[in-house]
Design a protein around this ligand. Structure first.
Ligand SMILES: [Zn+2]
Length: 265
């Protein structure tokens, strides 16, 4: 074989591999550094519990106020993770993203309607300790971890508040499973028979201890998180299986599940 044809074959193979990769892999957002984002003095008014405050416009972090440089880097990694897991159409109205101090809250979704510089929208906050404990934090394309108590579970749970609220899933789920007309399974105050590693339960009445104890929006969002992250969906007729499969009936949700399940695989 002449040398040129071997070279041409190699180039073709590379091109084919690139095309294949472009078709199968989820888009990879470029990761900024905290230092590359302009400081925004207006964000200084944000709650003192936030160690890093970012103003968000679509996919970009356009301004920041850091009370802790390390929290700034954790924030960049968490934001990358979020943009890998959720296409822009699912987070359009998020205008502020924070890393918060302490262990009281793993995450918070703030639907009060405005960020700290007066733009209408929603604030999302994640506890710095969860990010700091995350293995491979700086690889936003690792597979999502389907267990409570992890950064991934918390990110998806908090996004669940936003997505379920905006798509009416909270109301529809509640009508189907949690209304006055529907016979309710007893909720225990301190259930202790859920998996210790934080995996959700795919049989029985509730997905997690938190869902059972707190109910309401929190149960909807815990079940949403299970729907997105569980590697397999239960197909039986148990109450919890029907609750999880409720989200298959919501427009766009099966595609979102497929998107997040593909990350890292
Ligand atoms: Zn919640």
């Amino acid at each position: 074989m002449p040398r040129w044809s071997l070279a041409a074959a190699l180039i073709l193979c590379t091109a084919a591999a690139t095309l294949l990769a472009a078709r199968t892999a989820p888009p990879r957002p470029t990761q900024a550094t905290a230092a590359s984002i302009p400081d925004d003095a207006a964000l200084e008014r944000a709650d003192a519990a936030y160690l890093a405050v970012f103003e968000v416009v679509d996919d970009r972090l356009v301004g920041k106020h850091l009370r802790d440089d390390a929290a700034g880097d954790l924030g960049i990694a968490c934001w990358s993770r979020l943009t890998t897991g959720f296409p822009l159409s699912y987070r359009k109205l998020i205008v502020q993203f924070n890393i918060q101090s302490g262990r009281r809250w793993a995450g918070r979704f703030d639907g009060s309607g405005a960020n700290d510089v007066g733009r209408a929208g929603f604030r999302l906050s994640i506890a710095g300790y969860l990010a700091a404990e995350e293995k491979d934090l700086n690889d936003p394309h690792r597979p999502f971890t389907p267990r409570r108590g992890t950064l991934d579970w918390t990110l998806v749970h908090e996004m669940g508040h936003y997505i379920c609220l905006r798509t009416n899933a909270i109301e529809l789920f509640s009508q189907q499973f949690d209304g006055d007309q529907v016979p309710q399974p007893a909720r225990r105050e301190q259930p202790d028979d859920y998996p210790e590693d934080g995996s959700p339960r795919l049989s029985g009445d509730f997905v997690t201890s938190y869902a059972e104890r707190v109910g309401g929006d929190e149960e909807v969002v815990e079940t949403f998180t299970t729907f997105l992250l569980a590697p397999e969906l239960p197909r039986d007729e148990s109450l919890v299986a029907r609750k999880i499969r409720f989200f298959e009936t919501m427009p766009g949700f099966p595609e979102l599940r497929e998107h997040i399940q593909r990350v890292g695989r």
